[in-house]
Design a protein around this ligand. Sequence first.
Ligand code: UDP
Length: 283
Amino acid sequence: MSDAALHTPPEVIVPFDRSRRTTSSRSTRILNGRFDRLSANQVVEELIRTIHAGQRATLCTVNVAILMMMRSNARLQRFVDSAKWSVADGQPLIWASRLGPRPLPERVTGIDLIDQLCGRAVRENIGVYFLGASDEIARAAADALRTRHPGLDVRGSADGYFGPDEAPARARAVAASGADILFVAMGVPRQEYFIEEQWAHLGARVVIGVGGSFDVIAGLRKRAPAFIQRAGFEWAYRVAQEPRRLFKRYLITNSQFIGLMSWTAVNAALHSRRSFWRSIPRV
Ligand code: UDP
């Protein structure tokens, strides 16, 4: 990721407006986000290919709350825009994509990616590093994954509670470990800022921000059952576990998302009606 790419101002794009949409055929735009039309398996293949090709890349998993946060955080928006891939981490985004001409194939969650990538890492002899949460949680997550994927080459783990002065040393430790995959679980946008600032020093070829995933893998927090995830209520399950901290956040971001999507759908309908009348030749 070049500095220039990170500091390019984001384009303002009207969602699903064909005339202004600049997404490639491989991606779909939902409001202010660009999402790659890749299944979880395809994402894993792309990441492994990147490593074998000796290239470096970041991937962002974006859920509704993050998509809304990006609207008021230009730095986060630029980061996600300049990441090589961004994928939809949540069923509501998949539903929203179906309103447009290029639906996304499926949800790709950070926690599933960690699991699948670790599986592949064993077979491909790729080292992984876990940075974020407390020391114990990072280590417990690494241990849990090593148990699930025997032979996993864990090059290191470290907590995500450090100040800006310590960040360069943390990045150098990752580089010194020789890990090719780095998972950063420090919450959004903390982890994105860290990746952006330390990109040149991290060494790892593939770097992924994975939010609170280590807490779940280590067993500190529970993940919603699959049927709740498919019903689009994973957020409610999270709120139930931490109501004081998360209720307001999800109430605001979900309402904002529903409002914006409704406005978009109405606009798109009006636009197609106008195009229909304009297409009738005048005599
Ligand atoms: N975290 C961290 N460093 C910090 C703050 C948080 O590593 O300075 C970890 C935290 O332990 C948790 C993860 O980041 O494992 C996500 O944190 P949080 O739930 O606060 O993130 P949010 O859900 O607010 O994005």
